[in-house]
Design a protein around this ligand. Structure first.
Ligand SMILES: [Zn+2]
Ligand SMILES: [Zn+2]
Length: 202
């Protein structure tokens, strides 16, 4: 682990702890730690939603959305560590797919969830010289939940179809930003790490 990793994990954990046992912001059902972590990843950590409402709000089916986020977390050590802790807190083996969100009959639960090959955003690896941006945001080396939280805030401030050029130096951004755009429906026009051009959805 790099020296800063522990701090990133503890800040992510603190974000989960801050709203522990909150009610879903849509249906008022109590959310579990995993659902809070999903919400944090989507930039909704201050007003967590249950998995069903989170998926529905993004126009996704619950289980594919859940599996996609889980696969994404496994590639991100900060999310993976907090996920393991939440498994233990809720009484599940630390590396299992927790029974709160996966039914025992779910065939996925027996397998390692793996990143699906579909849904990858086709983007250019070339610098986006022709891509015009309305706004820029230099996120520096902000990582994990803090990056998407800041990004969500800035995208929501744009007018529909306006473009943001993001500078994000965290190495995880190469996975996090395309995944976040896929999940939220904003268009990733081009990426050339650490630069990302994102167009707000309508
Ligand atoms: Zn709900
Ligand atoms: Zn749970």
């Amino acid at each position: 682990m790099e020296p800063t990793d522990e701090g990133i994990i503890e800040r992510l954990q603190a974000r989960v702890d801050a709203v522990r046992a909150a009610a879903c912001g849509v249906c008022a059902r109590n959310v579990c730690g995993h659902e809070i972590l999903f919400s944090v990843a989507m930039g909704l950590g201050d007003k967590p939603r249950c998995l069903d409402c989170l998926a529905a709000g993004l126009g996704k089916s619950t289980n594919p959305f859940r599996d996609h986020l889980n696969a994404h977390f496994r590639q991100r050590h900060c999310y993976a560590e907090v996920w393991r802790r939440e498994n233990q807190r809720e009484g599940f083996a630390s590396d299992s797919l927790p029974g709160c969100l996966w039914s025992a009959a779910d065939p996925e639960r027996a397998d390692d969830a793996s990143e699906s090959s579909d849904g990858r955003v086709a983007v250019s690896d070339e610098p986006g010289v022709a891509v015009f941006a309305d706004e820029t945001w230099d996120a520096g080396d902000i990582a994990c939940g803090d990056l998407v939280l800041g990004l969500r805030h800035r995208m929501s401030a744009l007018t529909p179809r306006a473009r943001l050029m993001l500078v994000a130096r965290d190495p995880g951004a190469t996975e996090d930003i395309p995944a976040w755009c896929r999940m939220t429906g904003h268009a990733l026009l081009a990426q050339h790490h650490p630069h990302y051009w994102i167009q707000r959805k309508d």
